[in-house]
Design a protein around this ligand. Structure first.
Ligand code: ADP
Ligand code: MG
Length: 647
């Protein structure tokens, strides 16, 4: 007898489940897509135990006829595809006919469904791939699928699941994505304890965006819309921009882009807020991400990410969706064309968003650049050579009439003494200043730290450079201290100390600050709540997607308070999972310190400068901020004498 056997359906389904059903969120994705394909307008999802214990999805779509209800669990049973030619033009979200049998093979599944054409509905119960019960029942039109005990018979899979909260946040993110893509449908997501998302029907993508992201984010978003004929692919001239298309779906042969892109002042720390949909399907796509990065180049720093909600619509034959079992990746027939179109359209939207040159205006208004104020050329700022000039405290970048002001240009505007080239030349410090505490090779040394503490205690401040850097002298030479970074270090150490003895000073806010959170962020917030409380925050839920901050650590207020919370919540849940308690403590303390610290471009009273230098001299690590940026530069007496040719 030969060795090769045909696998039983059950084994084949479990193998397929390995590809399609990675985690509870993948189940939700498949079921949600089925509900959408069935033309549902109301979809309600219930989840327990992060989806392991229970996932239930109730829709009001067209339902299944009795015969189909069973057939749906056969491998490769689908109503969405007949011939392989159909594969070339798929208009539905599903098409592989794999999801239901795969899910049924690794869970206890109940299907309740009725098609409008039939009097009675059908109930099907399947346990680990084995049909237990099929019977007729009185049911409303539509489909309810309940999945219990996911992976109960595949322990290997079960082991890879993360905590309940992590799985739940994946589900929440996913439902959020689909809700964003389908404003005309009603979505609800409930966990056993809370309503995570309730999104009633809205009339436009913009309204849905507002509904889900809240007012603050929406205010920073620009609508974008453009379309182009695929026939233009490869033609040299720039595409004609046609904003606000005025008919429903793109004409045959057209590529349409619509959605929202964030203004430069809204920046995120990761890509989680970039949502790309191709023909209504949520995808992850490097090509489009790259096009977006290109569009934002020199507008936001390379380490930041925009918020983007992008819908691409194109004839189905232009995109191959059959390249990935979970259908999250696609292949475009004319990828370069699509890349450039996305880049140019988004860029175009950003360019027209602001009156020209207002950044330069803003810069001139608050630039008290006196001739003597810049004797030393310190550009670019040491410590962060990758993003010169992009201090969060600087006004946001904008666009000049000829295009975009580059990061380098901004750095040179802020830091170079254009008016006094002669002086700058004579003062040729040929050795770049080395951040204090560092050796000649710019390596931080313990000795350096100790010496710095001693030296700091003897500093006599002279004043501020550009309201941002403190100039001070002692016998060693001339010191330049970054006031923001210095204060950040002082605060960081103080917060950690106070927190240890539970003496963080908190202030009641006159008006609670309301912060809108995405469903996934709600879950992250719950994870961080205890640590935030120890740091002086008092928060409570205020409606399903909003928290009210009633108290905060002293010094942290207004916009900075919001930014700080946004920052700590932006860390992907994946990373939060692996983060230990100490790392979390430090991360939150660093974030509070950063947002409560004195800003640059802030004039300081001499007494305040004295105070800051004294406090800095008391810190344990006066040489760099919690993020690793240097705090002070020193020009040694020797360098100064050399420059004046006195030695
Ligand atoms: P696919 O979506 O790739 O066709 P599935 O295994 O996900 O494969 O579903 C199999 C079939 O079951 C679908 O083609 C559809 O006919 C039917 N079906 C699944 N879910 C629903 C639903 N919520 N409402 C109506 N029909 C459904
Ligand atoms: Mg499907």
């Amino acid at each position: 007898m030969g060795r090769i056997r045909i696998l039983s359906d059950l084994v084949a389904n479990q193998i397929a489940a390995g590809e399609v059903v990675e985690r509870p969120a993948s189940v939700v994705k498949e079921l949600l897509e089925n509900s959408l394909d069935a033309g549902s307008t109301r979809i309600r999802i219930e989840v327990e135990g992060g989806g392991r214990k229970l996932i239930r999805i109730v829709d009001n779509g067209h339902g299944m006829m009795a015969d189909d209800a069973l057939l749906a669990f056969e491998r490769h049973a689908t109503s969405k595809l007949r011939t392989s030619d159909d594969l070339l033009s798929i208009a539905t979200l599903g098409f592989r006919g794999e999801a239901l049998p795969s899910i049924a093979s690794v869970s206890r599944l109940t299907l309740e469904t009725r098609a409008a054409e039939e009097e009675a509905g059908t109930v099907v119960e399947i346990n680990g791939g084995h049909i237990q019960r099929v019977e007729a029942a009185g049911l409303p039109v539509g489909t309810t699928i309940t999945i219990r005990d996911l992976f109960f018979n595949t322990p290997a899979r079960r082991k890879f699941l993360r905590s309940e909260q992590t799985e739940l946040s994946h589900i929440a993110a996913l439902v959020t994505h689909y809700a964003l893509a389908n404003p005309s449908k009603h979505f609800e997501l409930h966990s056993s304890t809370q309503a995570l998302l309730t999104a009633p029907v809205t009339s436009s993508n913009g309204d849905r965006l507002f509904q889900i992201f809240g007012r603050d984010t929406s205010m920073h978003m620009l609508p974008t819309a453009a379309e182009i004929d695929f026939a233009r692919a490869g033609l040299p001239e720039p595409p004609p921009w046609k904003r606000e298309p005025d008919y429903e779906s793109p004409a045959p042969g057209m590529l349409r882009l619509s959605g929202f892109v964030s203004k430069p002042d809204l920046q995120k720390l990761n890509r989680n807020s970039i949502y790309i949909f191709v023909n209504g399907r949520l995808i992850r796509d490097r090509l489009i991400l790259h096009a977006l990065t290109d569009a934002y180049r020199n507008i936001i720093p390379p380490t930041s990410y925009p918020v983007v909600l992008l819908f691409l619509e194109m004839p189905p034959e232009e995109v191959d969706v059959n390249v990935h079992p979970a259908k999250t990746e696609v292949r475009f027939r004319q990828s370069a064309f699509i890349h450039d179109f996305v880049r140019d359209s988004v860029r175009n939207t950003l360019m027209h968003a602001r009156p020209a040159a207002d950044f330069l205006q803003a810069l001139n208004n608050n630039s008290p650049l006196a001739s003597a104020s810049l004797l030393v050329d310190v550009s670019p700022l040491p410590g962060d050579p990758s993003q010169p000039g992009f201090d969060p405290q600087l006004p946001p970048t904008s666009f000049g009439s000829e295009g975009v002001v580059s990061a380098e240009e901004i750095a040179s505007f802020t830091l170079q003494p254009a008016a006094q080239p002669a002086i700058a030349e004579r003062l040729d410090f040929s050795h770049p200043a080395i951040p204090v505490g560092y050796s000649d090779e710019a390596v931080l040394t313990p000795d350096g730290e100790a010496q710095t503490l001693n030296a700091l205690a003897t500093l006599r401040p002279l004043g501020q450079l550009r309201d941002s850097f403190i100039l001070a002298v002692n016998d060693e030479g001339l010191w330049i201290v970054d006031q923001h970074v210095a204060h950040e270090r002082v605060l960081f150490e103080k917060i950690l100390r106070d927190r240890e003895v539970e003496r963080v000073q908190r202030q009641r806010l006159l008006m609670p600050v309301l912060i809108d959170l995405l469903p996934a962020q709600m879950i992250t917030f719950a994870r961080l709540a205890a640590e935030l409380e120890r740091n002086g925050f008092e928060a409570e839920p205020f409606g399903p997607k909003t928290i009210a901050i009633k108290a905060a650590p002293v010094g942290l207020e207004g916009r900075e308070l919001e930014r700080m919370l946004e920052e700590v919540l932006a860390v992907p849940d994946r990373e939060q999972q692996t983060e230990n308690a100490e790392a979390r403590r430090h991360r939150i303390a660093a974030s509070i310190a950063c947002h409560a610290a004195i800003k640059i471009n802030t004039p300081l009273e001499p007494t305040k400068i004295d105070w800051l230098l004294r406090e800095l001299a008391k810190t344990e690590h006066p040489t760099s901020c919690p993020h690793g940026r240097p705090i002070a530069l020193r020009y040694s007496m020797k360098d100064i004498q050399k420059a004046f040719q006195r030695i």
